[in-house]
Design a protein around this ligand. Structure first.
Ligand code: LLP
Length: 438
């Protein structure tokens, strides 16, 4: 069963009608398929079954408490990057003791919070950060578990804004400094070296960059293992998903389409497990987008169809503040009608239009010159593959409320985040007394 598929002419998420859901919850609204997330988790688990491994879900991709709880129930730990994400894991009932704390700018209070809750390991990005963690651990009278993030300097062949493993990125410790950095860490009394980490980028759709990075890291990891009591090697996240043909091919979840030259979990496992097996370490993986990306869609309603001088605009009620990826990265998201009614006899079979939101910016555009079925005011559309880096990157620009989030499980759905109210939007704002009285 596909996650988002037509039953007759109606788009469903699992066995839930999206038209019905939109009627109940309103739009814009994120919809996630629980079944897809479960299957993604299981697929990856199977692919890595030859290894002693741990899935640390990169929760920055989608950190709704219900999604985190689902990951926890599936046996996942977390790759987290802020004090706020630590609090989220705690609120969701997840395990900080199995989770890793990444990021280039950890603050004193975030480091303290992580130590207080027994973080499994810090993924350290610089020598000054080592010193800081050492100091704070000393103040707390504990030893902080650390792994250094080594930058393997390979090209992830992905979008410039989401590549991280090249030497000119801000991330990680340069490969050539790794041994020195580890020696330095060993001399700091309040640190305990337990691992090594890499992450080369996101939305990687070919196996080669992963293979190149692991091959480059192998000798380094072996050398480090001789000198330090390493427990694990984290190979980061980055597994890409298919954004464009998801629905047409019938493979709303791309692992189902093994025919094409796609990076499937099976291929990922087949290529990497043999390279990692004999290292004698636990292998951690930090998938974000892979887990939730194709499990989610953003439901939106057409407000107007406007015929401009040069082109048509389909103006919807979702905007760049709800889903930033198209305006931020020129990212492609497939957009499909929720009611796929047959064409009228004398009408056009398709139109070419820009799909845009109501925000006052030309960049508020989900699709440029996109061929689509004719739509009219009031029609519902689904912007697909929006389950990762969707809601988490949403903002309130133009005083637009954060959208609702819904989790579908078969015929049932639960609102897992209510649409924000105006009162919530302004709850922390104050007009100083002197302005009120003048
Ligand atoms: N581990 C580390 C250290 C990371 O920096 C990231 C993502 C991940 C794991 C998870 O990567 P994934 O498996 O999701 O590819 N907002 C961008 C993506 C930014 C990714 C940042 N780091 C987008 O919408 O494409």
């Amino acid at each position: 069963m596909h996650t988002f598929s037509y039953h007759d002419t109606h788009l469903y998420c699992e066995s839930t009608s999206l038209a019905k859901l939109a009627e109940d919850v309103g739009t814009p609204c994120y919809v996630y398929s629980e079944d897809t997330i479960r299957r993604n988790f299981q697929q990856l688990t199977e692919a890595l079954s030859g290894l002693d491994h741990r899935i640390c879900y990169a929760m920055k991709a989608n950190s709704n408490l219900a999604i985190l709880r689902l990951m926890h129930n599936l046996g996942g730990a977390f790759d987290l990057v802020s004090g706020g994400e630590i609090e989220r894991v705690l609120a969701a009932g997840g395990s900080i003791e199995k989770s890793v704390f990444a990021g280039v700018g950890k603050t004193d209070s975030e480091i303290s919070l992580a130590l207080e809750h027994g973080i499994y390991s810090f993924h350290v990005e610089s020598e000054p950060e080592l010193e800081r963690i050492n100091r704070i651990a000393g103040e707390r009278g504990v030893k902080a578990p650390v792994a250094l993030r080594i930058n393997p300097d390979v090209d992830a062949q992905t979008h410039a804004k989401i590549t991280t493993g090249k030497s000119d990125n801000k991330f990680g410790i340069p490969y050539d400094h790794a041994l020195d950095a580890y020696a330095y860490a060993r001399d700091l009394p309040n640190l305990k070296i337990i691992g090594v980490q890499m992450h080369i980028g996101s939305q990687i759709t070919k196996i080669d960059p992963f293979v190149a990075a692991v091959k480059r890291m192998r000798p380094m990891v072996q050398k480090l293992k001789e000198k330090h009591a390493l427990e694990y090697f984290s190979i980061g996240g980055g597994i890409g998903i298919i954004y464009d043909p998801a629905l047409e091919s019938g493979a709303a979840s791309w692992w189902e389409d093994e025919g094409a030259d796609l990076l499937t979990p099976r291929r990922y496992g087949e290529a990497l497990v043999p390279l990692l097996k004999d290292l004698g370490l636990a292998i951690f993986i930090e998938p974000g987008r892979f887990m939730t990306g194709n499990a989610g869609a953003l439901l939106t309603r057409v407000e107007y169809v406007k015929t401009g001088k040069a082109k048509k605009f389909v103006i919807v009620d979702a905007a760049m503040n709800d889903l930033a990826r198209p305006s931020m990265y020129d990212a492609y998201h497939q957009i499909v009608p929720v009611e796929n009614t047959p064409e009228e006899d004398n009408g056009p079979s398709s139109i070419t239009a820009d799909g845009v939101g109501p925000v006052c910016e030309s960049g508020d555009c989900f699709a440029k010159a996109r061929e689509m079925k004719p739509v009219k005011e009031g029609d519902l559309l689904a912007i697909l593959s929006a389950g990762a880096y969707g809601f988490v990157m949403a903002g309130r620009y133009n005083t637009r409320a954060l959208p609702a989030e819904v989790l579908v499980s078969g015929k049932n759905f639960s609102v897992i985040n209510n649409r924000e109210t105006f009162a919530q939007i302004i709850a922390n704002e104050n007009i100083p007394e002197y302005l009120r009285s003048s």
